[in-house]
Design a protein around this ligand. Sequence first.
Ligand SMILES: *[C@@H]1O[C@H](CO)[C@@H](O)[C@H](O)[C@H]1NC(C)=O
Ligand SMILES: *[C@@H]1O[C@H](CO)[C@@H](O)[C@H](O)[C@H]1NC(C)=O
Ligand SMILES: *[C@@H]1O[C@H](CO)[C@@H](O)[C@H](O)[C@H]1NC(C)=O
Ligand SMILES: *[C@@H]1O[C@H](CO)[C@@H](O)[C@H](O)[C@H]1NC(C)=O
Ligand SMILES: *[C@@H]1O[C@H](CO)[C@@H](O)[C@H](O)[C@H]1NC(C)=O
Ligand SMILES: *[C@@H]1O[C@H](CO)[C@@H](O)[C@H](O)[C@H]1NC(C)=O
Ligand SMILES: [Cu+2]
Length: 227
Amino acid sequence: MLKNILSLIAIAATVVSATTDIGSLVKVARADAASEVVMADANLSGHGITASFKFLPAADDTGLQIIISASGLNQTTKYPFHIHTNVVPSDGNCTGTGGHLDPFGIKAAAGANYKCDSTKPQSTCELGDLAGYLGNMTASANGDYAANYPDSILTFTGGNAILGHSIVIHGPDNARLACANITGYVLSGSAGNSKDQEEEEDNSTHSGASSVSIAGALAVLAAAIAL
Ligand SMILES: *[C@@H]1O[C@H](CO)[C@@H](O)[C@H](O)[C@H]1NC(C)=O
Ligand SMILES: *[C@@H]1O[C@H](CO)[C@@H](O)[C@H](O)[C@H]1NC(C)=O
Ligand SMILES: *[C@@H]1O[C@H](CO)[C@@H](O)[C@H](O)[C@H]1NC(C)=O
Ligand SMILES: *[C@@H]1O[C@H](CO)[C@@H](O)[C@H](O)[C@H]1NC(C)=O
Ligand SMILES: *[C@@H]1O[C@H](CO)[C@@H](O)[C@H](O)[C@H]1NC(C)=O
Ligand SMILES: *[C@@H]1O[C@H](CO)[C@@H](O)[C@H](O)[C@H]1NC(C)=O
Ligand SMILES: [Cu+2]
């Protein structure tokens, strides 16, 4: 118990130092090492819909936490949403995002029998079939939707990587209503470029607070904000 309290205090202390680091997050389309990416987001708009997706390291280190908020939805409509394979072309045309992200060929293997089972997403769902394993977006009375999924099968980089892809929200007729690139964030100086920049940094931002622990702290912070 005391140990738990102490670790909570340690996390709280890290959150405080992490908040000072949020200002030094740098956007990236992709990154080389998983530990360098601390969060990712995508802001979508189209056909009256505005939506925000945030991806953070899950508190239990299993996949990513997904925090979604949307507005402008029709109350009785179910809106599927997915990670699509391609980035959004610069003209914003959602058709250019291609199909669902499916790096393990789950759909190809299942063919017409494809059925995403939310209890076994890793083996039965396309990685990008978010609506398949999280459920469709549905609006409250004022047209808003909010969800906080504490973990998922997604990762920032590696085989289950979300970076370099996009999010698409569909209408019930499968029309592509809104889309956006998924953008990653690294801490400034940890993008693997300038060694000089690394050395010039204040040691206090790194001593005892690696990118990984800051990432964990951000997840805790996000969970706190979302609850
Ligand atoms: C998404 O919107 C948030 C809030 O306005 C902003 O901080 C963030 O930079 C945006 N992300 C991208 C990739 O533009
Ligand atoms: C909501 O419903 C109206 C009326 O059917 C339609 O014109 C509009 O495109 C719908 N909006 C969304 C976001 O589904
Ligand atoms: C999406 O990202 C690609 C680069 O990866 C960029 O060329 C494209 O313009 C971006 N799309 C939008 C709508 O910003
Ligand atoms: C969007 O892109 C698709 C191909 O990806 C193309 O067929 C379609 O004409 C484009 N739509 C617009 C409005 O440019
Ligand atoms: C999600 O919405 C789509 C389109 O409205 C629908 O075909 C599908 O059955 C819905 N899935 C669930 C689980 O409700
Ligand atoms: C940071 O720490 C390293 C070794 O731990 C040391 O060599 C370096 O001088 C320190 N830099 C600053 C700015 O304190
Ligand atoms: Cu889709």
